[in-house]
Design a protein around this ligand. Structure first.
Ligand SMILES: Nc1ncnc2c1ncn2[C@@H]1O[C@H](COP(=O)(O)OP(=O)(O)OP(=O)(O)O)[C@@H](O)[C@H]1O
Ligand SMILES: [Mg+2]
Ligand SMILES: [Zn+2]
Length: 276
């Protein structure tokens, strides 16, 4: 009996036999000899190989060095500061945080889940529709989500009180200032997260109905999330704006009815009692 000997059939097969475990970095863990800027973490350094465990480990060892961490922290703080500046959130609401919902477990839980699942929720463009009576905490809850999204996920949030936003846009008509509010509708269409506070209390002209329809339609088709607060149910909103508006909002938001009594009365009483 003859044993078949296994031999390379051609010399080219010999050459392609992998000499390295990682072809990209030839097991050095480094790609090329230049530096690169890691945009999403804000640090600059060697171009580590992202195709093998060695490269990944070398990157981690380098990234967790104190100097890189300092740079990364600064990058995060700058991002948050910028988001807060652009958000248009008023100072009273800038302090609103998740902890403030501890007396309302159900609401706290849904907001917590929303924030935890943000990475999955964002591409679906899902948000909230908070509605109900005056002073029940709708705006405050929307502000909590705005703050936490900015701080935890560096989301660029645009927070607008409806009547005020409309007034700002009207005022900008005829103004030729570069930074006027003429393009506020455009910003509303494109913001990473749009929060519309008090939708439905503004006076709705045909012009405004058209513009709001365009904002909602653009965000709906591009899976851009919205959080809306209103005194109106979605059915009633369909009468104020159009059914096309409320139907798109219905699909893309979780509707939560706020039924708590007007918190302002109690808060106001407490402060006045202590002063006079
Ligand atoms: N969880 C909370 N912790 C602390 N303060 C809160 C909380 N929720 C609401 N408040 C306070 O209660 C008052 C009413 O809340 P908010 O402005 O959110 O009500 P609203 O539902 O938006 O009312 P409206 O329909 O009139 O706009 C505000 O002074 C707000 O700061
Ligand atoms: Mg409100
Ligand atoms: Zn490699």
């Amino acid at each position: 009996m003859f044993l078949k000997r296994v031999t390379p059939t051609s010399s080219s097969e010999m050459k392609t036999k992998p000499a390295y475990k990682c072809k990209t970095c030839k097991d050095s863990g480094i790609k090329g000899d230049g530096e690169t800027h890691y945009q999403n973490i804000g640090v600059t350094g060697k171009r580590f190989c992202d195709q093998c465990e060695k490269g990944n480990k070398m990157f981690r060892d380098w990234f967790y060095l104190p100097e890189q961490q300092k740079q990364h922290q600064k990058f995060k703080q700058d991002k948050i500061a910028r988001a807060l500046r652009l958000s248009n959130l008023s100072p009273v609401y800038l302090k609103a945080k998740l902890e403030d919902l501890k007396n309302n477990k159900a609401l706290e839980e849904t907001c917590k889940l929303y924030l935890e699942n943000w990475k999955k929720i964002k591409p679906l463009g899902l948000g909230y529709y908070f509605w109900g009576n005056v002073g029940a905490g709708k705006t405050y809850t929307a502000a909590i989500l705005a703050n936490e999204l900015m701080k935890q996920h560096f989301v660029e949030v645009l927070f607008l009180k409806m009547p005020e936003a409309v007034a700002r846009i009207k005022k900008s008509f005829g103004s030729d200032k570069k930074d006027s509010d003429k393009n506020l509708f455009e910003k509303m269409r494109d913001a990473e997260m749009l929060i519309l506070d008090d939708l439905g209390i503004e006076k709705v002209s045909d012009w405004l109905a058209d513009e709001i329809y365009q904002v909602v339609e653009h965000r709906y088709s591009n899976n851009l999330p919205m959080i809306i607060t209103s005194n109106q149910s979605l059915d009633d909103l369909a009468k104020i704006y159009r059914e096309q508006v409320s139907s798109r909002i219905t699909e893309k938001t979780k509707s939560i009815k706020f039924t708590q009594k007007d918190k302002r009365q109690k808060l106001g009483e407490e402060i006045k009692q202590t002063l006079f």
